[in-house]
Design a protein around this ligand. Structure first.
Ligand code: AP5
Ligand code: MG
Length: 192
């Protein structure tokens, strides 16, 4: 199964992805995690991404698309995958559609986690990742509004979008996600 998690910074994409990949037994493709790992490893992508990560601006599409396509070539992605924080722009979404169509494995569902903004800020300031400063958080929100939110319509038009209430405990949110997936197809581990 191929799933996209869409949602503002702090909406719980990473938290819910961890649960969902265990549940479905598919790999977790978080572009944020990949970029932070590249930074830790000191690769050219990591060096390029550093200034974007710190400021909260999006990394250029071509860089992200190279990273994701390389990851999708790994064998474990044949049984599906969960995209967390990708795509983030309409050009990224179009490129992903083209890639998946050419491999005859389109997306099945896009889960949009919705959480009110005051709660998001509370969650992020409580976590304290390097980009969880007040300034970077607000830039990340601005980038979401300008560049990522249009994906709600993009995937809505394709009939793929499921909006999930992201408030409550992580377990409550996960139960809603399982319910939403049950209307897409079998809820257990799925191949292809
Ligand atoms: P990325 O790593 O994707 O960060 P983000 O989208 O800003 O989102 P977060 O990871 O902060 O939040 P989340 O939704 O995963 O929430 P989480 O589960 O952690 O991207 C970082 C940067 O990388 C971007 O700014 C950009 O520069 C770059 N980048 C990444 N992808 C890119 C792309 N495709 N294109 C271009 N640039 C890209 O939860 C947050 C906190 O809340 C945690 O502490 C968690 O424990 C807590 N929490 C979660 N759920 C609950 C709950 N139900 N109740 C209470 N607390 C909760
Ligand atoms: Mg995350």
């Amino acid at each position: 199964m191929r799933i996209v998690f869409l949602g503002q910074p702090g909406s719980g994409k990473g938290t819910q992805s961890e649960r969902l990949v265990r549940y479905l037994n598919i790999p977790h493709l978080s572009t944020g995690d990949m970029l932070r790992q590249a930074q830790t490893d000191g690769t050219p992508v990591g060096e390029l991404a550093a200034k974007y990560l710190t400021s909260g601006r999006l990394v250029p599409d071509n860089v992200i698309l190279d990273v994701v396509k390389e990851r999708l070539e790994h064998d474990d992605c044949r049984r599906g995958c969960l995209f967390d924080g990708f795509p983030r722009t309409v050009p990224q979404a179009k490129a992903l559609d083209a890639y998946l169509q050419s491999h005859d494995c389109p997306l099945q569902v896009v889960l949009q986690l919705h959480v009110p903004e005051d709660l998001l800020v509370q969650r992020l300031l409580g976590r304290g990742r390097d980009d969880d400063t007040s300034e970077a958080i607000h830039e990340r929100f601005r980038q979401y509004e300008a560049l990522t939110k249009p994906l709600v319509d993009y995937y809505g038009r394709q009939g793929l979008l499921k909006r999930i209430d992201g408030t409550g405990t992580p377990k409550e949110v996960f139960d809603r996600i399982k319910e939403a997936l049950a209307s897409v197809g079998p809820a257990g581990p799925i191949s292809a």
